[in-house]
Write a protein that binds this ligand. Structure first.
Ligand SMILES: Cc1cc2nc3c(=O)[nH]c(=O)nc-3n(C[C@H](O)[C@H](O)[C@H](O)COP(=O)(O)OP(=O)(O)OC[C@H]3O[C@@H](n4cnc5c(N)ncnc54)[C@H](O)[C@@H]3O)c2cc1C
Length: 385
């Protein structure tokens, strides 16, 4: 089967790897002139790393990753610890796979080492036919494939071609992001944890990536309007400092250490009913973009990739295999989207009774709880697909 994967991000590369193992002849077309150096930190929970393990790339991912010791929630003004959930060996024991933090560029590089990618190939349209589909590129080139996978992110051209126009929704949240060399934060009480500091109308996340050489920092604030979207826009350090002025000194020191933060508007979409048409389908952010507050964007794209390949291995009737893939993925990804959207409210509560109730609930759920098993324990290798 000839497969064209549009988009050489995490979802597209993992799909290509899984589909090649399922016996397909796969081409990956990426619009950027080079594969993914842009980006910062990505969290990979056990539901994702177990798939990377099955695909044989986990040892290489571990070499560029950091395994956090715990997941922490802290208060905004005094940094007080609200809860700590052991990860590290506890996550490995509970789920048989590690919880890891990686730089997106490091992960893409590991994947691109084992999957050939054609760069500088910008898809402008896809035309599904009865038996195969046409992929059209900027410059007029056309390729045909028995299956086209749109792994081309939140503003997917492939989604537009098969489902029509529907703009992503600006969520009112904006993230300043950046990477700080570990040596610059050596004097601060910043551990190898995934730490979320919650405060009124904003939150602050940090964790180490790149084998511990860099600290990834994400500072989320609320804004009413947004006119432009890009992964490479710079934020104003003075604006960032003002946004976190009253916060605990550790946060202020980290903000000061961020020389050139990127500034991204955060978009999402409500779940769609379907995301395939004939021999064309979608995966990852193209069909279920989510706020990063469940730390599952990459993980869900990786799950999609595995399940898609499993469905095609079991059934060479492409539309039937795609229908099964959607059925297996729809409700789960919608649930993760909803979890992430809920955290947008929970993380930003103003101080008061609701915040106190939230903090009490968090404090009483120290430790890996059975409530999260549906997310981290999901195992498409064990027959879900
Ligand atoms: C440049 C970039 C940086 C990011 N950095 C971070 C980060 O630091 N932290 C984080 O949590 N998330 C980041 N994300 C988002 C995160 O990677 C995704 O939410 C998640 O991994 C799901 O991935 P995906 O493969 O579905 O989509 P994406 O990661 O968005 O990948 C889509 C890929 O498709 C390519 N593409 C888009 N349109 C076309 C086209 N018309 N033709 C060909 N190729 C096309 C894009 O260049 C990209 O490589 C980033 C995304 C991008 C594109």
């Amino acid at each position: 089967m000839r497969v064209a994967v549009v988009g050489g991000g995490i979802g597209g590369l993992v799909a290509a790897l899984a589909l090649r193992r399922a016996g397909c002849d796969v081409r990956v077309y990426e619009q950027a002139p080079a594969v993914g150096t842009v980006g910062a930190g990505i969290q990979l929970a056990p539901n994702a790393t177990r798939i990377l393990d099955a695909l044989g790339v986990l040892p290489a991912v571990r070499r560029v990753a950091v395994a956090p010791t715990a997941f922490e929630f802290r208060r905004w003004d005094d940094g007080r610890l609200l809860s700590s959930t052991a990860l590290g060996p506890a996550a490995q024991d509970a789920y048989g796979a590690p919880y890891l933090h990686v730089h997106r560029g490091d992960l893409v590089a590991v994947l691109a080492d084992v999957v050939p990618v054609e760069t500088g190939a910008r898809c402008v349209d896809v035309a599904p036919g009865a038996r195969d589909a046409e992929v059209r590129f900027a410059g007029g080139r056309v390729e045909r494939a028995d299956l086209v996978v749109g792994a081309d992110g939140i503003h997917s051209v492939v989604r537009h071609a098969i489902l029509g126009a529907a703009d992503a929704r600006f969520t009112g949240h904006v993230a300043f992001r950046g990477l700080i060399p570990a040596a610059r934060v050596a004097g601060l009480p910043v551990e190898r944890t995934a730490t979320v500091r919650m405060g009124p109308g904003r939150h602050f996340v940090h964790y180490f990536v790149s084998a511990g050489r860099l600290l990834n920092v994400v500072c989320v604030v609320e804004e009413n309007t947004w006119t432009r979207e890009s992964w490479t826009d710079r934020g104003d350090p003075a604006e960032l400092r003002a946004a976190f002025a009253g916060w605990d000194p550790v946060v202020r020191s980290l903000v000061d250490a961020l020389d050139a933060p990127l500034k991204w508007a955060l978009f999402d979409r409500l779940p769609f009913g379907r995301w395939s048409k004939g021999p064309v389908t979608l995966l990852g952010d193209a069909c279920h973009p989510m706020l990063p507050y469940g730390a599952q964007g990459a993980a869900q794209a990786i799950e999609d990739a595995w399940v898609l390949a499993a469905c095609l291995r079991d059934n060479d009737d492409v539309p039937a295999a795609l229908a099964r893939y959607e059925t297996l993925r729809h409700d789960r990804t919608a649930r993760v989207q909803e979890l992430s959207r809920g955290n947008a409210v929970r993380f930003h509560l103003p101080d008061g009774p609701q915040q106190e109730a939230r903090d009490a609930a968090i404090a009483s759920s120290n430790g890996l709880s059975p409530d999260i098993d549906w997310l981290y324990g999901y195992d498409p290798l064990a027959g879900h697909a």
